[in-house]
Ligand binder design. Structure first.
Ligand code: RFL
Length: 394
């Protein structure tokens, strides 16, 4: 059962959710002198232990640095500038740090970023309530399970794509654009150092496999798997055997193995709300739009939106000017759609014909297109610049 608490005087902004979006927003609002409270349904330990993203775009690093939130990632994160592609046609590496705008990623596990953001939020005097599940949002009033209502002049739904923020906004007439990419990934976290110096993308007739560094001792792998896969069907042996096959270790050398820490199945789906808010309710992060993980954009969009939403709230709450809220949507949506366009492009590059492609000729056509795209990326500098600019940009 959740804790009981009493709401105090009306807060400036009630933030629902303590993921990257909610915590960046909370920190920035405190910077602007706006009082806020974060309501998070999980316990602190669960929030701080949730391993998800790891690749931060240069824009995210700039935002976090400007607002004094980057000490951890600047000291413990690692700069990453290359990725490699493997297929039956061999292997090639792109030094994307020297292509496009010359930007790189900073690899820093999301749970560490969340830990840093939370510590800083508390250090700045922010209020947060864990184990406080929000059941309903209406007109600035937030109903908490087993707790008193909390009211704010504004409510920020930063509660992810299955949260109540989205449901409350849908009730106000928001429309959703949606795509099911038709593939799933077994996301595997292993206690082993990275096997490659770069991010690795392997195209294989058995399905896509991916390799992403997280820290010196933890690595993330992905295996494309059929919809409805039960992670329990994947033993450690099966995971390592399949990774070895798809990452073609016989040709390119072995992987550094270690115990599997966590497996989860992620269905690749994307959606975008046509309006990220209205009136007193505004959304940021996955709540405002879910992006498939194929180009590692989700946490970066969350940081971007939290930054813009904080500015809009500051303008209206400190200067009584609500024009920033309308601009929040106008500013973010084109960037969100650019990220979705690239993510979709990546998805079609990484995955061959889907399992539903039962027509053999269709499947052959799909695979040939996939290889033509890969070949273009290998040989065309223009294509490589396009890739680098979109891969690192937000
Ligand atoms: P989050 O992180 O889901 O946080 C939402 C928070 O809201 C809480 N909550 C509630 N609290 C109170 N009441 C309720 N009713 C609530 N309902 C929910 C939840 O407990 C939670 O704490 O959303 P946010 O802040 O928008 O952040 C989004 C990112 O977490 C997400 O986009 C990324 O993790 C996506 N992603 C990646 N993004 C990147 O930028 N780079 C990557 O390398 C990357 N890799 C990934 C990923 C996502 C993955 N999965 C699991 C989908 C890799 C994976 C495997």
């Amino acid at each position: 059962m959740g804790k009981r608490f009493n709401s105090g005087a009306r807060t400036g902004v009630v933030i629902v959710g303590a993921g990257p979006a909610g915590l960046v927003l909370g920190n920035l609002l405190l910077d602007h002198g706006i009082d806020c409270v974060i309501l998070e349904r999980r316990e602190r330990k669960a929030v701080e232990g949730r391993a998800r993203a790891g690749f931060l775009a240069a824009h995210s690093v700039r935002v976090l640095t400007q607002h004094g939130l980057a000490e951890g990632l600047l000291t413990r994160g690692r700069s990453h500038r290359t990725c490699l592609f493997r297929s039956e046609q061999g292997e090639f590496t792109l030094d994307y740090g020297q292509l496009g705008r010359g930007e790189v990623h900073t690899v820093y596990p999301q749970q560490e970023l969340v830990r840093d953001l939370l510590a800083e939020y508390l250090r700045r005097g922010g209020e947060i309530r864990f184990d406080a599940e929000v059941e309903e949002i209406s007109e600035g009033r937030v109903r908490v399970r087993d707790g008193a209502d909390v009211t704010g002049r504004y409510v920020a739904g930063c509660d992810g794509h299955r949260g109540v923020g989205r449901a409350a906004l849908a009730a106000l007439g928001t429309r959703t654009a949606r795509r099911d990419h038709g593939v799933s990934w077994l996301a595997v976290l292993v206690a082993a150092p990275p096997s490659l110096a770069a991010v690795g993308y392997a195209l294989h007739a058995r399905g896509f496999a991916g390799h992403m560094a997280r820290t010196d001792t933890v690595t993330r792998y992905y295996l494309q798997c059929p919809r409805g896969t039960d992670p329990a069907d994947w033993s450690e042996d099966r995971i390592w055997t399949e990774l070895a096959t798809r990452l073609r270790t016989a040709e390119f050398g072995p992987l550094k193995d270690g115990p599997v820490l966590e497996t989860a199945v992620v269905d690749l789906r994307s959606d975008v709300l046509d309006r990220p808010g209205t009136g007193r309710l505004w959304l940021a992060g996955d709540a405002a739009g879910l992006i498939s993980p194929s180009a590692a954009k989700g946490a970066n969009l969350a940081v971007l939106q939290a930054e813009r939403l904080a500015e809009a709230f500051a303008r209206v709450l400190n200067h009584d000017d609500d024009s920033g809220l309308a601009r929040y949507a106008a500013d973010c949506l084109p960037r969100v759609w650019r990220a979705h366009e690239f993510s979709h492009w990546m998805s079609t590059l990484l995955h061959g014909p889907s399992a539903e492609d039962t027509d053999e000729a269709e499947a052959r056509y799909g695979r040939a297109l996939q290889y033509a795209r890969l070949d273009s990326l290998r040989t065309s500098r223009t294509h490589q610049d396009f890739f680098a600019e979109n891969y690192t940009g937000i």
